[in-house]
Design a protein around this ligand. Structure first.
Ligand SMILES: *Cc1c(COP(=O)(O)O)cnc(C)c1O
Length: 390
């Protein structure tokens, strides 16, 4: 680890960001759960398939450098990121192994790709030609569009695909596609995924006929959970490795024993009584009926906690009791109604995602309530929150 200082603190927490602590609001990362999730997911992969750890968007909010370094120590040497910058940051933190950039990188940045030994996805034939023209020795993987119509060559575009294999400066490390409805168990969606899979393997067969043997991959988390028998060299695993599905409502064919890695906590800044028929917060959306007791919590939408959880849609756990958010969430604070809950004091911990005593608020439930998916909820948790690795 280059620029990060690790300080031991009480209850085995390690502080990553200098001088930051659990004063105001923080993310706690359970590294044991992360590594256990990796093992549980590996169990449902065919033996020859490797887990490619997807650590884009700051490892879905979990801190990409620390997450990748924990995975490196656990024997994972294959990563995926979304951008060149994310790949460079991992290398600067000393991360070893293959790092695949899933998104577009301008060929004008090919020097950086080479210098940091990053593997670039070739997103279409124009991109492929431009990467050939750089004449730099680059590692690439070829993306195939089997129906999502985002990135990739059409499988029938075999001549252009072959030109990447033939280019003397490019070394093809893999060929892959992405499923767009692998999370659904609806009949038509399963049929669509199967068509995508068939189209991909037909291309792989065409390549074999041309004497090309290359690693292939198709599945992300839901692809693995719903189609785990596919014969692939990698599975690109993001959200499942972090111990959650995209929604608490989702059903999958396999349900490995994964557990949440991230929890989100804050503190009580003050406790006060508010008289009958008074308003609380911006817009006066909450009017007290009778005397209420409220607590101000030191976290807000500026930390990435969704503002649409205002007015009772969101809850927090304090002293083992779930209490509702009162009024509108502010940028840096929010107010909860703790009427009837005894013994809440300044400095008490408020858990927004996670488990405290008998109560749990899962990322999936929060995401559903906020009308989004856990992927978005987690990756938007901001830089103001220090990440503590247990
Ligand atoms: C983000 C991403 C993944 C990981 O998806 P999860 O559902 O989080 O496992 C895999 N493949 C591609 C191409 C992605 O963009």
């Amino acid at each position: 680890m280059l620029s990060t200082k690790i300080i031991s603190e009480e209850n085995n927490y390690h502080i990553i960001d200098r001088k930051e602590s659990k004063d105001r609001a923080w993310i706690s990362i359970n590294s044991e759960n992360l590594l256990n999730n990796v093992r549980e997911l590996q169990k449902i992969m065919p033996l020859s398939c490797k887990l490619m750890a997807v650590v884009k968007a700051n490892a879905y909010g979990h801190g990409s450098a620390m997450t990748a370094s924990l995975l490196n120590k656990a024997g994972i040497f294959c990563f995926a990121v979304a951008t060149l910058q994310e790949g460079i940051e991992l290398r600067l933190q000393g991360i070893k192994g293959e790092i695949l950039i899933l998104g577009y990188t301008s060929p004008s940045l090919a020097n950086e790709l080479y210098e940091f030994q990053l593997t670039q996805t070739v997103i279409d034939s124009a991109h492929g030609r431009a990467l050939i023209e750089t004449a730099l020795p680059l590692k690439v993987q070829i993306k195939i569009d089997t129906g999502m119509h985002r990135l990739g060559y059409a499988p029938e575009d075999i001549d252009n695909i072959m030109s990447i294999f033939k280019a003397s400066n490019l070394r093809v490390m893999g060929v892959f596609t992405h499923l767009c409805v692998a999370d659904s168990l609806e009949k038509e969606d399963i049929a669509f995924s199967k068509r995508q899979i068939d189209r991909f393997y037909r291309l792989v067969k065409e390549l074999t006929l041309r004497k090309i043997q290359v690693p292939v991959h198709i599945q992300s988390t839901y692809g693995l959970l719903n189609y785990n028998k596919l014969s692939c060299d990698y599975a690109r695993i993001g959200i499942g490795m972090y111990g959650t599905l995209s929604s608490a409502r989702d059903k999958t064919i396999l349900q490995p024993a994964i557990s949440p890695v991230l929890s989100l906590h804050s503190r009580v800044a003050l406790v006060r009584k508010v008289e009958n028929d008074e308003s609380i917060g911006y817009g006066r959306t909450y009017i007290t009926e009778g005397e209420r007791t409220v607590a101000v919590i030191t976290i807000g939408y500026g930390d990435g906690y969704p503002r649409n959880l205002s007015e009772g849609r969101g809850q927090v756990i304090i002293k083992g009791v779930k209490v509702p958010i009162a009024g509108r969430i502010c940028m840096d604070q929010l107010i909860v109604d703790i009427t009837g809950v005894e013994g809440i004091h300044i400095g008490d911990i408020a858990t927004l995602i996670g488990t405290e005593a008998e109560e749990t608020i899962s990322a999936g439930e929060v995401a559903d309530e906020a009308e989004t998916i856990t992927n978005e909820l987690l990756c938007r948790l901001g830089n103001r929150l220090p990440r503590m690795y247990v």
